[in-house]
Design a protein around this ligand. Structure first.
Ligand code: SF4
Length: 291
């Protein structure tokens, strides 16, 4: 299992090595999340070079990317043109086709995506300019050099609010928003980038039209940063050990579980090879049943 090292507060510090500062761990939320889910998957993605070949593209990733890009481009329109009428053209222009079983399934997914977008956009104020749309925010702690692209950062009552779009099957609740390390890291970085408080994080689930929200405190943000730093220290220790000749399989152990069926490296990983893999379109099949 990954090491669990001593937790630090989210205050800048440098790990001393004979007077030399330790290099910061450069990361995104997905990099930290990959290691937390499965250290072996992290190794295949970020350490092994050349990286092992991935499986085929996933339809649910195509669907998610298409919806995200359409919303980004909707906000790029002049406010007067931000209406639901603009959506079919926007969605079509950047629709990602990969991973679907066939054209019929892809058409159903497109129709659903358009429905979700029309309902969602009808609830937005076109005159409201977010602080950022697909905005990269970056910051440093004593351990991390973090950067990540937030779907949207709103300005509300003088505060920044992190908005993350979700297009998966299941709805999300406040615990998901509270427990999301990615959202907390975005909030932590956004308050430094925009020099204003950023405590509220929101998951906007387009298929159900629901919003799951959490209001962080300085302490809860610091706890999440501390956990991210712990993960970063574990990764750096494993990478150093491998560079010094340790067994990479031992330093980046497999963590087999339900995620294996969805893992891009299932064919490379001995633990994953024992698991029945999902079809690239498995996570969008329910859309056909929904009609
Ligand atoms: S198949 Fe499973 S155990 Fe192997 S790398 Fe992927 S998630 Fe980890």
């Amino acid at each position: 299992m990954p090491r669990t090292s001593q937790r630090s507060a989210a205050v800048p510090e440098q790990l001393g090595f004979a007077g030399m500062p330790e290099r910061l761990f450069v990361c995104t939320p997905s990099k930290l999340g990959a290691y937390a889910d499965c250290p072996r998957r992290y190794r295949y993605t970020y350490v092994d070079r050349p990286s092992p070949q991935k499986g085929p593209p996933w339809a649910h990733n195509s669907l998610g990317a298409s919806v995200h890009t359409a919303l980004k481009n909707w906000y790029a329109l002049p406010a007067a043109r931000r209406s639901t009428d603009a959506l079919p053209t926007l969605l079509k222009a950047t629709w990602v086709r990969e991973g679907y079983r066939d054209v019929d399934q892809e058409r159903i997914a497109y129709r659903k995506a358009l429905e979700w977008l029309e309902t969602y956009v009808a609830g937005l104020d076109p005159q409201e300019e977010p602080l950022g749309v697909e905005r990269v925010v970056a910051t440093k702690t004593g351990v991390l050099a973090f950067n990540g692209r937030a779907d949207r950062i709103d300005s509300r009552a003088g505060e920044a609010v992190i908005v993350d779009y979700k297009t998966g099957r299941s709805g999300l609740d406040a615990d998901d928003a509270r427990g999301s390390q990615a959202l907390a890291l975005y909030a932590y970085a956004a308050q430094r980038v925009f020099r204003r408080p950023c405590r509220r994080v929101e998951l906007h689930h387009l298929p159900s039209g629901t919003v799951a929200a959490h209001q962080h405190t300085e302490e809860s943000l610091a706890r999440q940063i501390g956990r991210a730093e712990d993960t970063a220290r574990d990764i750096m220790a494993a990478e150093k050990a491998v560079a010094a000749g340790a067994d990479p399989d031992a330093e980046f152990p497999a963590n087999p579980g339900t995620l294996c069926g969805w893992c891009d490296f299932r064919r490379t990983c001995p633990a994953g090879a024992e698991v029945q893999g999902k079809e690239p379109w498995s996570a969008v099949e329910h859309l056909e049943r929904a009609g």
